[in-house]
Ligand binder design. Sequence first.
Ligand code: SAH
Length: 239
Amino acid sequence: MRIDVFTIFPDLVEGYASRSLLGKAQERGLLDVRAHDLRSETQDPHRSVDDAPFGGGAGMVLMPEPIFAAVEAVDPPRPLFFLGPGGRRLDQALARELAASDGFSLLCGRYEGVDHRVMEHLVDGEISIGDYVLAGGEVAALVVIEAVGRLVPGVMGNDTSADEESFSDGLLEYPHYTRPAEFRSWEVPAVLRSGDHGKVARWRRARALEKTIRERPDLIDARGGLTPDEERLLADFPE
Ligand code: SAH
């Protein structure tokens, strides 16, 4: 999968994407993240990319020429998404959709954002990583790349691990424990050490349901409430 990123800070994107899970995926040829400098095609001595807004007001706006020129010089994989607070909210479903494609591209805004002609005539869509305002799209681009990249087949060592995590079946994940079995007198739940895999699975499902009911009742509503089986599970495996 190829992901091209257009930014005034290509080193930030490259640095993060070259480490850990994403770095290994790139070394193994499963992922190809290419960061492009929005200043690369600028002609003036200051390599300017921004200017004051027409109509007045605070802040600067990224100009259309450098952005169009940088994108057109590369002809990157489409769709090209702008990262911005006004876009479709990133969630696991969108990450899965993007992970099923061969590639896409991301444009990072800065300052007040980009000239609107970029939105109208260059990009194919907009993605937001949440209802808050960042100073630039780079962190948001990395959030998208990491959420999508880890779902690309082969990137996570164990291909089944994506099936069991938060949001995979509309629930948050159950709690994890590792050694030691007792730490500062806090014990790992006995059921996890029982060796009874069926019981472990039911206990985990009960904990996942419980956490989702407590933290994200909207997710429970979205899946149409609890089934009679799930009600029973919660009664059989109280916290
Ligand atoms: N004036 C804009 C905010 C600009 S923030 C507004 O009020 O909507 C500067 C840049 O950060 C944006 O152009 C965008 O690329 C990025 N950004 C800010 N918040 C974001 C978010 N929630 N998700 C994705 N990108 C975001």
